[in-house]
Design a protein around this ligand. Structure first.
Ligand code: ADP
Ligand code: ASP
Ligand code: MG
Length: 477
């Protein structure tokens, strides 16, 4: 293993941190603070807020032959990006950049016209359309940085992030990425530049554009941090860090000061959107600390994700919730589940590459939960050959995470009495013993999370949770 590059920090800015000229200005100021400390910064940016959704909508419209609708979205996006660039740059630089941006948007329009003409959208073409978001944002941010004396230079992420060809959710190839980063990005760092790459996008061995899955810019940051042996990865977003639950559900959620890789991974997997589930792995493998920080409140310490969990008097660190799930009950046609039965059931999910969140079994049945996805009818048809199958949609999962569950007796009792007014289905405590999960109806999930939050974070351990934040909310500051 090569040595850590002690001064190198990978800084990832999410969609809201580059959503407009004001946000990009803030981002530049944050990067300036790192350079002022003589740190080397590599910046990974998401598409400007909501742009990925709009590009997906444009691609879908084009796919059903709605050329006018698709091009209208393209026109809106063109205006927004040009507007942002014009605000951020002096005239001469803007004039140059404007030409580049127009060429990109002309290419996007051509692509949308092509898709509309064929009336068919393949996963491969869909990836190409959405890739424009990060290509454009990284271009504008790099220029804005350069204008501000930060030596910004855009790197097309597709030249470094090598993936397989699983369009829409491509798997990165870490050793190939490490070589590309050393060849393309390292010389720029050594020349004192601030490389700016789009997150989320990559390309396969043939150079065809791919994407890493929604929220994938965090993943890119971890891959770049891992590949360049950075000393830290900073995920800059729109909240103070990882909170005790989604602040949109509980406005009095508290910042968690430190959390372990394992806890963060569990939270991300079970729905805490603040981090992409795959982010943690490349960082853990190289023991690179990850920070989650607020670009609108850069002074705040954020959350540090570290190898070991700090000792905590509270059993849980955070509560995650995941909606749009379906429970599948698979009941064996014969009384007992025979040898090989489980395998046959799981093979069906494997065939459709469908991830299972939770499983519980009884003598005759298996209940599984999966994301409500378009392949469910096919999966069910196939399962019906070996069992009776029942589907229940509109379910949600609630997951409480904390390494200190182990040391607390009677936790399950406290959890379920907190949600005794909610209809709870399928309870599971993972083998890792750091999560406790159960399913509820989608319409009950927010109430369940709020009730649990009231019980478990009423008297939080101040060494781990930022109680000052709560006082501020209570005072309406
Ligand atoms: P970005 O565009 O920066 O990647 P995201 O929208 O993907 O930002 O993630 C940040 C959002 O994640 C927050 O605004 C918050 O609503 C949500 N979130 C969900 N769970 C949590 C949690 N436990 N802690 C903090 N934020 C959370
Ligand atoms: N722009 C992509 C998305 O919205 C990736 C990201 O922001 O992380 O999913
Ligand atoms: Mg995100």
């Amino acid at each position: 293993m090569s040595v850590m590059r002690e001064r190198l920090v990978v800084m990832k800015f999410g969609g809201t941190s580059v959503e407009d000229a004001t946000a990009i200005e803030r981002t530049a100021n944050i990067v300036r603070t790192r350079r002022a400390k003589r740190l080397e910064a590599v910046v990974v940016v998401s598409a400007m807020a909501k742009v990925t959704d709009l590009l997906l909508a444009a691609a879908t419209a084009a796919g059903r032959g709605d050329k006018t609708g698709a091009l209208a979205i393209g026109a809106r996006l063109r205006l927004r990006h040009l507007d942002t660039a014009a605000t951020l740059m002096e005239e001469e630089r803007f004039a140059r950049l404007q030409q580049v941006l127009h060429l990109e948007f002309d290419a996007l329009d051509d692509l949308l016209r092509g898709i509309s003409a064929v009336g068919e959208l393949t996963p491969r073409t869909n990836d190409l359309v959405v890739s424009f978001g990060e290509r454009l944002s990284s271009r504008i941010v790099a220029e804005a940085f350069d204008q501000r004396g930060l030596d910004g230079v855009q790197v097309d992420a597709r030249s470094c992030i090598v993936t397989d060809s699983n369009y829409g959710k491509a798997a990165p190839q870490e050793s190939a990425i490490e070589l590309k980063l050393a060849e393309i990005v390292l010389p720029l760092i050594e020349a004192g530049k601030t490389p700016v790459m789009g997150g989320f996008i990559g390309s396969n061995a043939e150079g065809i554009t791919t994407t890493l899955g929604r929220g994938g810019s965090d993943y890119t940051a971890a891959l770049v941090g891992g590949g360049l042996h950075a000393s830290a990865i900073e995920i800059w977003t729109d909240v103070n860090g990882i909170m005790t639950t989604d602040p949109r559900i509980c406005p009095d959620a508290l910042r968690v000061k430190t959390i372990s890789f394992e806890e963060a991974a569990e939270l991300a997997y079970f729905g805490a959107k603040v981090l992409h589930p795959a982010t943690i792995l490349p960082a853990v493998q190289k023991s690179i600390p990850v920070w989650v920080l607020n670009s609108r409140n850069a002074e705040n310490e954020g959350t540090k994700i570290t190898a070991m969990a700090a000792k905590c008097a509270s059993p849980f660190k955070s509560i995650a919730a995941k909606k749009k799930l379906t429970i599948i009950d698979v009941v064996a046609s014969r009384m007992l589940m025979s040898h090989g039965y489980m395998k046959a059931v799981f093979d069906v999910f494997d065939k459709y590459k469908c991830a299972i969140d939770m499983v519980s079994t009884s003598e005759v049945s298996i209940s599984l939960t999966v994301d409500s996805n378009q392949q469910l009818p096919e999966i069910c048809a196939e399962l019906s050959k070996i069992a009776d199958v029942k589907l229940e949609g509109h379910k949600a999962l609630v997951c409480l995470v904390g390494e200190d569950i182990r040391g607390h007796n009677g936790i399950a009792g406290r959890v379920f009495s907190a949600v005794s007014h909610v209809n709870v289905r399928m309870i599971s405590q993972g083998a890792s013993e750091i999560n406790m999960s159960f399913m509820v109806d989608e319409e009950d999930v927010e109430e369940a999370v709020r009730s649990l939050h009231r019980v478990f974070f009423a008297d939080p351990d101040e060494t781990v949770f930022d109680v000052a934040d709560r006082v501020q909310i209570a005072n309406g500051v």
